[in-house]
Design a protein around this ligand. Structure first.
Ligand code: NBY
Length: 826
């Protein structure tokens, strides 16, 4: 799968010195300490050593990147452009060391200098340029594209501030700015002479040129420059390196001489600040776009700069425009970059003077779109007025796309006049909205969901009309995760144990994990497996003690719920069960026999009241339980602040039970579910997203599914769901809810959490928490019983890992490459 580079490249790169790799790495580190960082090589501090090591790796990456670019160019391969408003790469150091095969060398070099690799790696502060699953998926996919040697480019925004840093203060989430650039950048190259102009606002001028053609151009536009910052993504030990190009906003003034001698110096500086705001901050709202002007500007900023880059590369080939789709595919990660469709139309029609029909033919063969959500409030729409002000020409183009599209639909469905309003790119009601998902579907040749279940829901309900119109466009690509980061890197001892038994091929061919199955009956392997897992739990217990001051028992069942906070993800259902256990311990000691450590983590959107309130509830429940002497070691509840990639890497390898309990039909796929199962955790989950496929692969007997199916959720809703019935019928549930509402967990503010209970009892319990409570409690009991038989649990754990091969992002990306992109490795 990872064929090596052929050696016929004409390389003008400097030869590597013929010393041992560890020694040459050490020399490079010292050279960077002195010449790049200006520090004394006699006693550099840890942060300096980290930065010098990063720069030494960047040197190696850039050499391989140049060679990879030459390969792509000389083969004239079709290219993939992956556009995403978010990437969540996590810390780079270990990943790069593993990919370059330099981990041992780095360890040796650092030991020589008196440092430990683990300590040095802890110095890295990760770039949080994404909210959660969607951004992390983009990074897993870049990793796989590099490993599969695809001619691909990631394109995104170089936010100065990533997702906020979460503090928990007195049980509440507090947000702090995430100044990830404060220590400087060591992984990227800023291309300060490499910029594209991006034009907003202004008016459209219509005119007729000498040939009598109707022309459109934008006048009085505001121009902001996009500067490239490149980060390198290496494939796994294959000498191939991809580029993730992130655009930073720079004022156009800087590129004008007048900036320095203008009469209005302060005014010019103010303008600079205003322009550079565009890439200042990542919007922290997952699953709920926030219709703000600056956000639409960000989207267009990414799109405009990227399309210019794509067009520039294409022009160099000197071939006809109709070859564009044969040579390029532009993938839209969600609708966030969907304005790329009218932008490419604008360039082809307004600048390149193609006819509308020619241009549209090209567009629809160039774009592909992935949908990640079915929540109605998460489907992106923009007020038409805002669109007209910011991107007047693009709105005209969208109207023309819509006019022609609706014309075709009318002919295809003459007897269904209502379909026009349902599929229109512009929602017309009291106010008018541009529907970005409709634009993305109409302008793409492929529309995919991210799990089998989700893709069916798209066809059957969310986009059913579009499925009738364009059935051939709809397809599924079940998500995947990279085994390099999510096993090899985060769980090195388990990875080592696996490699010792089946060899290292699993790293690039995860299906090989199947070869572990014969060992599930070997006592020695059992013991080694459980020892590794217990050691991981010890490490996490230490971390919890350091950070939260709570002592937890490594032998207890580590029950983990980490992901963004959202009502549909139902952290609340989990807490209700925790409280039920607490009550059992209090009322009949001895009824709870399996000691548990509950671990929660995750950020809530700063403006999402209920999600933040649930974080507070969890912390209050944690305090009550952890300080109740009757509970002792039977139950501990921990909230770890600032969940991020770095923290996920600590938690996942130490997890016994993985909570994946969204309301059926709501979680498009989930990818955390895959990371846990790959590391040998057992899932407790609903019939939702990729949980269903995980069940199909690991076997129904090796995880705990519960709750309503998505069609049952729909039926119950349409028949009039009454959450009160569940409250009245279930005394254990009633007691739990009464405690919360009555202030048991907030004695100084007895009414504090009443609204949580009200949202369930009086406001419809939108996510069916009460309907699923009882079956969740039963399944939790099954999980506890299973945990008591450690040998059986170990077997389940090993079988989970060995059967998770399908969920590699290499498999997912390979499917994208073959079925959608039409590209292959170089
Ligand atoms: O994408 C997630 C889905 O919830 C999850 O089920 C899926 O596994 C994952 C990868 O396919 N969606 C997600 O993470 N969405 C966002 O992060 C997001 C971010 C920003 C906005 C919307 C959604 N926004 O509108 O600004």
């Amino acid at each position: 799968m990872t064929s090596q580079n052929s050696g016929n490249r004409k390389s003008r790169l400097p030869e590597a010195p013929a010393t041992r790799p560890a020694e040459s790495l050490k020399q490079d580190i010292l050279r960077h300490v002195l010449y790049s960082l200006g520090r004394d090589t006699e006693r550099p501090d840890r942060q300096t050593v980290f930065r010098a090591l990063a720069l030494s790796l960047r040197d190696r990456l850039v050499e391989k990147w140049i060679a990879s670019q030459r390969d792509i160019y000389s083969r004239s391969s079709k290219r993939v452009y992956y556009l995403s408003l978010e990437f969540l790469p996590g810390p780079f150091l270990r990943e790069n060391l593993i990919a370059l095969g330099l981990e041992n060398e780095a360890r040796e070099a650092l030991t020589d200098m008196g440092f430990g690799l683990d300590d040095v790696a802890d110095e890295e502060y990760e770039p949080g340029l994404g909210n959660g699953g969607l951004g992390r998926l983009a990074s897993c996919y870049l990793d796989s594209m590099a490993t599969l040697r695809l001619p691909a480019y990631g394109y995104g925004i170089h936010y100065a501030y990533g997702i906020f840093y979460q503090l928990i203060k007195e049980g509440r989430q507090v947000e702090r700015a995430d100044n990830w650039l404060r220590g400087g950048t060591h992984w990227e190259f800023e291309r300060s002479h490499y910029v594209h102009p991006v034009r907003f606002y202004g008016q459209v001028r219509e005119w007729v040129d000498e040939q009598g053609r109707l022309r459109h151009s934008l006048e009085n536009a505001t121009t902001v420059m996009a500067m490239a910052c490149d980060m390198f993504i290496p494939g796994h030990k294959n000498d191939y390196v991809l580029n993730m190009r992130l655009w930073a906003a720079k004022t156009s003034r800087e590129f004008e001489f007048s900036f320095f001698n203008t009469g209005d110096y302060i005014g010019a500086v103010e303008e600079k600040i205003r322009d550079e705001n565009i890439s200042m901050v990542l919007y922290p709202n997952d699953e709920a776009p926030e219709g703000k002007e600056l956000r639409l500007k960000q989207q267009f900023f990414l799109v405009s700069a990227t399309i210019q880059d794509i067009v520039r590369r294409f022009r160099k080939k000197g071939i006809a425009w109709d070859q564009l789709p044969r040579k390029n595919v532009i993938h839209l990660n969600e609708t966030h970059p969907a304005v790329a469709i009218p932008e490419l139309m604008r360039i082809l029609v307004d600048e390149e003077l193609l006819t509308w029909e020619e241009a549209w033919y090209i567009c629809v063969r160039t774009f592909a779109y992935t949908n990640h959500t079915v929540l109605p409030e998460a489907l992106e729409v923009w007020p038409e007025d805002l669109f007209r002000r910011l991107l007047p020409r693009h709105l005209q183009i969208i109207h023309e796309i819509n006019r022609r599209f609706l014309h075709d639909v009318r002919r295809q469905f003459p007897n269904d006049p209502n379909i026009l309003g349902r599929v229109s790119l512009v929602h017309e009601g009291e106010s008018r909205w541009v529907r970005m998902s409709h634009l993305a579907i109409v302008g793409s040749f492929s529309v995919n969901g991210v799990s089998a279940h989700h893709s069916e829901i798209l066809k059957e309900s969310v986009f059913h009309d579009f499925y009738k119109i364009f059935p051939e466009r709809f397809n599924n690509k079940t998500n995947g995760i990279t085994p390099r980061r999510w096993l090899r890197q985060c769980n090195p001892t388990l990875a080592w144990l696996i490699t010792e038994h089946i060899g290292p091929e699993w790293l690039t061919d995860l299906a090989q994990l199947k070869k572990l199955e014969p060992y599930v009956n070997s006592e020695g392997f059992h013991r080694a497996w459980m020892e590794v897992r217990l050691r991981n739990k010890h490490k996490l217990a230490e971390y919890i003690r350091d950070k939260n001051g709570i002592t937890v028992m490594p032998e207890s069942l580590f029950d983990v719920h980490v992901k963004r906070f959202h009502e549909y993800k139902r952290q609340l259902l989990n807490v209700l069960h925790v409280i039920a256990l607490y009550n059992r311990i209090r009322s009949s000691p001895g009824s709870v026999t399996v000691p548990r450590t509950y671990i929660f983590g995750g950020k809530a959107a700063p403006g999402y009241y209920m999600a933040k309130h649930i974080i507070r509830l969890i912390n209050s429940v944690a305090y009550t339980i952890n300080t109740d002497p009757r509970v002792g070691d039977l139950l501990k509840v921990v909230f770890l602040q600032n969940y991020c990639v770095t923290l996920a890497e600590r938690i996942i390898p130490a997890t016994d039970l993985s909570e994946q309990i969204s309301t059926a039909g709501m979680e498009a796929s989930g990818t955390g579910n895959m990371k846990f199962a790959l590391n040998g955790a057992i899932t407790i989950g609903t019939h939702d997203g990729a949980n269903i496929e995980i069940m199909e692969h690991v076997g129904n007997e090796n995880l705990f599914l519960f709750g309503l199916l998505s069609h049952e959720v729909n039926e119950m809703r349409s028949q009039g769901y009454n959450p009160r019935l569940f409250y009245e019928r279930d005394s254990e549930l009633r007691e739990v809810l009464d405690m919360i509402a009555g202030g048991f967990f907030s004695p100084s503010e007895p009414h504090l959490f009443r609204d949580v209970v009200e949202s369930l009892l009086n406001h419809g319990d939108r996510y069916m928490v009460l309907a699923d409570f009882r079956s969740y409690v039963y399944r939790q009991q099954d999980a506890a019983n299973a945990f008591m038989d450690q040998a059986a649990w170990a077997r389940m754990s090993m079988l989970n890992t060995s059967r998770m091969g399908f969920f590699s992002s290499d498999r997912a990306v390979d499917e994208y490459a073959k079925d959608i992109w039409g590209v292959s490795g170089v």
